[in-house]
Design a protein around this ligand. Structure first.
Ligand code: ADP
Ligand code: ZN
Length: 211
């Protein structure tokens, strides 16, 4: 099954993508993670992507489409995959269609902006190993220190409130039109994000026919 997960930044699509990946045994392809890796490794793509990412803007379609194309050509994608964070614009969706990639279902994880603002401002990430925490929902045992490696937990630059507002605006302007794009193809299904992650997960698994 080839799936797309759609949702505003901080709506929890990454978490849901992970669960689907583990349940259906198909790879989760997160363009955000791939881009952050490229930035960390200082690759040509990474150098070009960094400024856009830090400011909350989208990375150019050319770069992201290039990265995605390489990834889904790999062997582990032949029995299906979950796209987490791609497409994020109509041109990216058109690129997928032009590549001849058949999409079975597009799952939108819907969470209101106000809720997202509250959630994202509590996110923390370990600067050493990348483990993620939330001061309210998933705190580290010791404030500011990673449970896994003892590293320092910090606010991701693009999780600062100002940047989050910018990312939400970008989402509404550039990514949200994908809802009607896929609705017109009869592929869109919306899951309303619940307060408890487990409840959202149950709805997600049902939507993909896994439970
Ligand atoms: P979140 O889901 O929290 O918004 P991601 O980890 O998916 O964040 O992405 C982080 C950043 O990477 C985005 O704000 C954007 O700059 C860049 N990015 C990721 N995927 C894409 C994409 N498909 N097109 C353009 N930029 C992207
Ligand atoms: Zn760590």
């Amino acid at each position: 099954m080839n799936l797309i997960l759609l949702g505003a930044p901080g709506a929890g699509k990454g978490t849901q993508a992970e669960v689907i990946s583990e349940t259906l045994l198909i790879p989760q392809i997160s363009t955000g993670n791939m881009l952050r890796e490229a930035v960390a490794n200082g690759t040509e793509y990474g150098v070009k992507a960094k400024a856009a990412m830090d400011s909350g803007a989208l990375v150019s379609d050319d770069i992201v489409i290039g990265i995605l194309k390489e990834r889904i050509a790999q062997d582990d994608c032949k029995d299906g995959f979950i796209l987490d964070g791609f497409p994020r614009s109509v041109p990216q969706a058109e690129a997928l269609d032009e590549m001849g990639v058949k999409i079975d279902k597009v799952l939108e994880i819907f969470v209101p902006d106000k809720t997202i603002q509250a959630r994202v401002s509590g996110r923390r990430v370990c600067e050493s190993c990348g483990a993620t925490y939330h001061i309210e929902y998933k705190p580290s045992k010791q404030d500011g220190i990673c449970d896994k490696c003892g590293g320092k937990t910090i606010i991701r630059k693009d999780d600062m409130l100002e940047t989050v507002l910018k990312r939400l605006a970008t989402y509404h302007e550039t990514t949200e039109p994908l809802k009607s794009y896929y609705e017109n193809q009869g592929k869109l299904e919306t899951v309303v994000g619940q307060e408890e992650v487990a409840e959202t997960t149950a709805l997600t698994l049902k939507a993909v026919g896994a439970k």
